[in-house]
Design a protein around this ligand. Structure first.
Ligand SMILES: [Zn+2]
Length: 345
């Protein structure tokens, strides 16, 4: 997940990835030294004009056909235009709302299968794409451009995970801007437009980084339900970690749902996605019998979004809440689906 390879750095980032939201990066000295050396390289690179791809890959891409995703807000919004300029979304909620998010892709080995499985479940998620993977410099990146466009065509939300997946707090202002704007240029070439949602790599933030991200109109979305999938090699381990994190969030913060983070750069994460969905439906069958609130998998961050208005760039959105009528309406729909599925289970 991270370019920083020191042992201490990794441990810190692992903790960040599991807890998501509330933390900012605290890099210990050895990691920081390494990373500052990298940041210097990035600064040097950032002063060069940004060239994306080779000359032969700059031909215009065919017109992108966009779907009408069935989102909570009721409008097609593949690039999250409705989510411009919001408070930072930490992902917590007392409701059993679940939003899936996938970072670091697209990946030609694993993303296509994930897309098929999402379709099979009728789930839309948010894909935080690392833009450099779409630079079109070689066959792999050109295939990844096609996959990225497929993600959009199938109704998922496209979001930025910066250009090169650098830890933003370790870069100076110019280099942070180069990461944000450089990604926009890639997205504009691939999709004909830019996204409005951003997840800083590793969830690493600072007040300064928050301001620089907000400056470009983005809403930062973090997560509260990490699964440590970049640390393990089996879907079973991912699911076990996810269950533990899920339990802990409920015990400590009263959160019964939120934003799940997986990485579509691993085969085991794609399998874990399917197992987590199955587990949510298994739980729904129990909750249905108990007459309790069911897990409701939402298609976009609308319920987590809160406009920032005059609040500072570091302000966090409140935990997602559902107006009573909407809760009743959505729960009725999930119950009908559960009644159908639970008979089959
Ligand atoms: Zn990442």
């Amino acid at each position: 997940m991270s370019a920083i390879v020191t042992r201490t750095g990794r441990l810190v980032l692992y903790a960040l990835a599991l807890t998501g939201g509330a933390l900012t990066a605290h890099l210990t000295a050895p990691g920081a030294i390494n990373a500052v050396a990298r940041a210097t390289d990035v600064r040097a690179a950032a002063s060069e004009p940004l060239v994306v791809g080779r000359r032969d890959s700059t031909a215009p891409l065919p017109e992108l056909e966009l779907p009408t995703p069935n989102i909570v807000a009721g409008q097609p919004d593949t690039f999250g235009r409705a989510f411009k300029g919001g408070k930072i979304i930490g992902g917590g909620t007392q409701h059993r709302l679940i939003l899936f998010s996938f970072d670091d892709g697209p990946d030609r080995r694993h993303t296509p299968l994930l897309l098929d499985r999402l379709d099979a479940e009728g789930i839309r998620g948010v894909f935080f794409l690392t833009a450099a993977r779409l630079a079109g410099r070689n066959l792999m990146e050109r295939q990844q451009i096609a996959i990225a466009r497929e993600i959009a065509a199938r109704g998922h939300t496209i979001a930025s995970h910066t250009l090169d997946h650098e830890q933003l707090p370790l870069l100076d202002d110019a280099a942070v801007r180069a990461q944000i704007v450089g990604a926009e240029r890639v997205f504009e070439r691939v999709f004909g437009r830019r996204p409005w949602l951003m997840r800083p790599p590793g969830g690493a933030r600072s007040a300064r980084v928050d301001r620089l991200i907000a400056e470009r109109g983005y809403t930062t979305i973090l997560w509260n339900l990490g699964a440590g999938d970049f640390q393990v090699r089996s879907a079973q381990e991912v699911v076990e970690t996810w269950k533990k994190v899920f339990e802990r969030r409920e015990e400590q913060f009263g959160e019964r749902g939120g934003i799940i983070l997986l990485h579509d750069t691993h085969a085991w994460s794609v399998d874990a996605f399917q197992m987590i969905v199955a587990e949510l439906w298994r739980r729904n069958c129990e909750l249905l019998v108990q007459g309790d609130e069911l897990y409701d998998i939402v298609n976009d961050p609308a319920l987590f979004f809160e406009p920032r208005a005059d609040a500072p760039a570091t302000a966090f959105a409140r935990p997602a809440t559902l107006p009573p009528e909407l809760l009743t309406q959505r729960q009725a729909a999930v119950r009908r689906e559960a009644e159908r599925r639970c008979v089959e289970m």
